[in-house]
Ligand binder design. Structure first.
Ligand code: CA
Length: 521
């Protein structure tokens, strides 16, 4: 009797201590993927696949429906998250830039305030991670199988290690090992657990090579969009599922330079893909262009979903570990991706555009005892620009004045702060470049969206200066540009004024219309 009473008292003391800790410096796990759109995350959309583990974060936390990225492409999104600043101020405007690690970043500030920090998986900012006690990151994009990874500590020593296995699984195992064995249990931690998947060329792991083989994935309504309702650049891109996927993307002929299998992996891959490929190649000559496009869509989307499946499994392992270790109650789990993605909408794959599919990224946050389980925020416009300040806010650390976002902590507490942003500024710079998406910028308030295409045209010597205006309520698929429609005259003027205001607020330099890639300090 006495013993059980003592154990109850001990548990109560533990719970109290835990809740005191919870209000002070909770641990943070930032789960991040590359190119994972909400169309393939069943907490948002269960029409293609079920992601039970990712859904758990939403069920036990908050789902954000209007999380917009400032520049819908991989490296730039990561730089925005590190710094809390728009691309033109953090200097990483396009892939190929190298991140300036001398800037103020949120991991540095967390470290200075007692946190242990680590990044494991995809980094993709070229320069060495700064502000982390431990890093173990892919080199560049990294392959789906058997990646080399660069690992190091804050003191500067680093080495390149060979790894054997499926990259998604390896990143999960490395994250678990760090959580279990390497971290200092006396300190709160912030772990960035960052997947390569489901980035192009969507290579599934050994477990899921034939998963979905017997299913047909639904086709988006806009798959055969002819872009006639949009400005000129939309019809000049090179990112259609029908015409712009190569043999490597379609797994008809893997590039030897990009894939180095072990003999076992090669055998499993060939056993799964060769029969499927043979069946297609035998009838391809008799298929119409439309039939081929539909086959390519199925191949592409299934491989993409298979990659997400392994990510979801990994998230399940992390969540299980948090439960088993007792860390769950005092750990904030955040899930997001570097941008949205076209899963066949408008006939496309890839991202880059300010259109909804690539502008909106998933955001799920579980904060036990603070965020109401199962809550949905479809009111507030939030952004990857806010992540740095949110991580700092969770830790009770003051943000740096250079940061341009806002902490989501009040929203996570269910509050509706006065003066929250009602419009959002977007800017894409990477042209000329792969997929040929023209430079553009714009503003959205969630109801209307104004976009300007500027700078070098696809036609040599010409410049774009075209505008689009979409009514997102009446036309959620953005099929009809109403910029010149008289009925939208007032809205057009108001959106122009909003764009000017945001450019001034965010210190956006004059648009660089030169033929060369724009450069910023
Ligand atoms: Ca990406």
């Amino acid at each position: 009797m006495m013993k059980s009473l003592l154990s109850i008292i001990a548990s109560l003391i533990f719970l109290c201590l835990n809740s005191i800790q919870a209000s002070d410096q909770p641990n943070i796990i930032f789960i991040f993927t590359d190119d994972h759109c909400k169309q393939a995350l069943s907490a948002y959309d269960d029409s293609r696949m079920i992601t039970p583990h990712l859904d758990r974060i939403a069920e036990e936390g908050m789902r954000f429906d209007k999380c917009y990225v400032t520049n819908s492409i991989c490296g730039p999104s990561r730089a925005v998250i590190q710094t809390g600043k728009h691309s033109h101020l953090n200097g990483f405007v396009r892939n190929g830039n190298s991140f300036d690690g001398s800037q103020v970043t949120f991991p540095k500030l967390l470290r200075a305030n007692g946190y242990q920090t680590a990044v494991i998986g995809k980094w993709h900012l070229k320069s060495t991670p700064v502000g982390f006690d431990h890093y173990d990151v892919l080199i560049g994009q990294g392959p789906y199988y058997n990646p080399q990874m660069r690992t190091g500590k804050l003191d500067g020593e680093q080495r390149v290690e060979e790894n054997t296995g499926y990259t998604t699984d390896l990143i999960t195992q490395k994250s678990l090992s760090w959580l279990k064995e390497a971290r200092d249990s006396e300190k709160p931690f912030m772990l960035m657990y960052q997947h390569k998947a489901p980035h192009r060329n969507w290579m599934p792991g050994p477990k899921y090579l034939t998963w979905l083989d017997d299913q047909e994935i639904a086709l988006p309504d806009t798959f055969f969009d002819d872009w006639s309702g949009k400005a000129t650049p939309a019809s000049r891109q090179t990112m259609t599922v029908a015409k712009h996927m190569n043999q490597h993307d379609l797994k008809l002929q893997l590039s030897k330079r990009h894939v180095q299998f072990t003999p076992e992996q090669r055998a499993a891959w060939n056993a799964a893909y060769e029969p499927k490929n043979r069946a297609f190649l035998e009838k391809r000559a008799s298929m119409t262009d439309r039939e081929i496009a539909l086959w390519q869509y199925q191949r592409y989307v299934k491989d993409y979903l298979r990659c997400v499946k392994s990510v979801d499994d990994g998230v399940g392992e992390i969540l299980d570990f948090l439960d088993e270790s007792g860390l769950a109650a005092n750990t904030v789990v955040i899930y997001s991706s570097d941008q949205g993605w076209f899963l066949g909408e408008h006939g496309w794959y890839d991202k880059r555009w300010m259109y909804e599919e690539s502008l909106v990224t998933p955001l799920l946050v579980r904060w036990p005892g603070v965020t109401k389980p199962g809550s949905i925020n479809d009111q507030h416009i939030v952004s990857n620009l806010d992540f740095a300040q949110t991580f700092l806010g969770i830790a009770g650390v003051e943000a740096d004045p250079s940061m341009q976002g806002a902490s989501l902590v009040p929203l996570l507490k269910g509050q509706s702060p006065e003066g929250w942003r009602e419009s959002f500024y977007y800017h894409f710079y990477e042209f000329p470049a792969v997929h040929s998406v023209a430079r553009h910028h714009g503003v959205t308030n969630g109801q209307h969206k104004l976009i300007q295409y500027y700078g070098p045209s696809h036609v040599k010597g010409e410049q774009y200066d075209e505008w689009e205006l979409f009514d997102l309520q009446k036309d959620p698929d953005e099929l009809t540009n109403v910029y010149d429609a008289p009925a939208y005259n007032e809205i057009q003027q108001a959106m122009h004024a909003e764009l000017d205001k945001l450019m001034e607020n965010y210190q956006v330099p004059p648009l660089d219309r030169g033929p060369e890639v724009p450069s910023f300090p």
